[in-house]
Design a protein around this ligand. Sequence first.
Ligand SMILES: NC(=O)c1ccc[n+]([C@@H]2O[C@H](COP(=O)([O-])OP(=O)(O)OC[C@H]3O[C@@H](n4cnc5c(N)ncnc54)[C@H](O)[C@@H]3O)[C@@H](O)[C@H]2O)c1
Ligand SMILES: C[C@@H](CO)CCC[C@@H](C)[C@H]1CC[C@H]2[C@@H]3[C@H](O)C=C4C[C@@H](O)CC[C@]4(C)[C@H]3CC[C@]12C
Length: 372
Amino acid sequence: MTDGGRDLVYLVTGGCGFLGEHMVRTLLEMEPRLRELRVFDLHLGPWLEALNPGPVQVTPIQGDVTRAEDVVAALAGADVVIHMAGLVDVWGLNDPEIIYRVNVQGTQNVIDACVQTGTRFLVYTSSMEALGPNTKGHPFYRGNEDTPYEAIHTQPYPRSKAQAERLVLEANGRKVRGGLPLVTCALRPTGIYGEGHQLMLDFYRNAQCTGGWLFRTIPASVEHGRVYAGNVAWMHVLAARELGSRATTMGGQIYFCYDDSPYKSYEDFNLEILGPCGIRLLGTRPLLPYFLLFLLAILNAFLQWLLRPLVVYTALINPYTLSLANTTFTVHTDKAQRHFDYQPLYGWEESRDRTVSWVKTRKGHPGPLPRD
Ligand SMILES: NC(=O)c1ccc[n+]([C@@H]2O[C@H](COP(=O)([O-])OP(=O)(O)OC[C@H]3O[C@@H](n4cnc5c(N)ncnc54)[C@H](O)[C@@H]3O)[C@@H](O)[C@H]2O)c1
Ligand SMILES: C[C@@H](CO)CCC[C@@H](C)[C@H]1CC[C@H]2[C@@H]3[C@H](O)C=C4C[C@@H](O)CC[C@]4(C)[C@H]3CC[C@]12C
């Protein structure tokens, strides 16, 4: 070991995204063996500049996971890769072919680069959507990694996450350069919230336009899984740290991401954050009958199709997001604790308060913000 035990090189793909920034900051704070942290992203954030100089060398790498040569160059000499770059799109913003290229081919490129360069440990950020909810609306009520569930993927984003996850798990045990086996695992967050969560800010700003009100559209009884970004990042730190010594247990495994965030409907959960920011939720039951919302979702999908040659029209509600928001999907598991001693770093109150404080700092700011 060198430099006071700092001997490891990590690469985080997608390190400048919402979760990526939490990942980078958590690694710097919580991984004492880190010598160099390479932050790979299509778009580099200006906040990276403030991280050097420090005890860890932070190396920003502007690159594209769909370009195999970019990935190989970034990975050469790295010990661990945390692969979270991806297109998160359930709104039809991107062509399905592009989603496939980034999420699936990009992941294959990361695996191939591990083999080529000799990087032995790969943690993949999958999603609950690799499993569900399915389009039949089957509830997944506080399930775990072994709960049987019929995964049906009709949409490009969840399909791509399921395909990429499979590639990662199947790559476990492949021989990398030097002859040692690759060790992989996949983490499946549910809906992530926290500082930098753009969609939370969008709900906040929408409510400001209606005098501080949000209107209930989803029954309070529909539970939606949520997890704090700082805990998701912490789970990645621990998984990456333990993959070497617990390869037999952890290699090729999936883990749901979980913490103490309460089980609530999507809107009731958002209110836990937005309530302290002065927002109220109108109605104890949905204010619009479901069939009207469904018609609105269909209309939005039709408009998207109609306008496609001219503009990419997107709306929050489409048939898929509506079905997602209206289907119970929550997890209750301790697999990560059993396999690699995971305990949430932040309790619920702290996770909530950190997010509330962040929303409040954005309060008076007009229009969309660049991430900082
Ligand atoms: N946000 C959630 O609720 C959630 C839930 C479950 C899983 N996830 C997964 O977590 C990961 C991060 O999601 P996020 O919410 O931070 O999204 P995000 O869009 O904020 O971050 C993704 C990052 O990947 C980068 N990226 C996109 N295409 C790239 C390419 N071709 N090459 C290199 N970098 C590229 C983007 O520039 C961005 O910085 C994704 O893999 C996503 O599927 C997110
Ligand atoms: C009916 C609307 C009025 O309030 C609410 C619509 C909410 C939807 C836009 C969101 C409901 C569920 C969200 C998704 C879920 O939290 C899990 C996800 C998995 C992850 O991999 C990416 C993000 C997302 C798809 C997330 C996106 C937003 C919702 C569909």
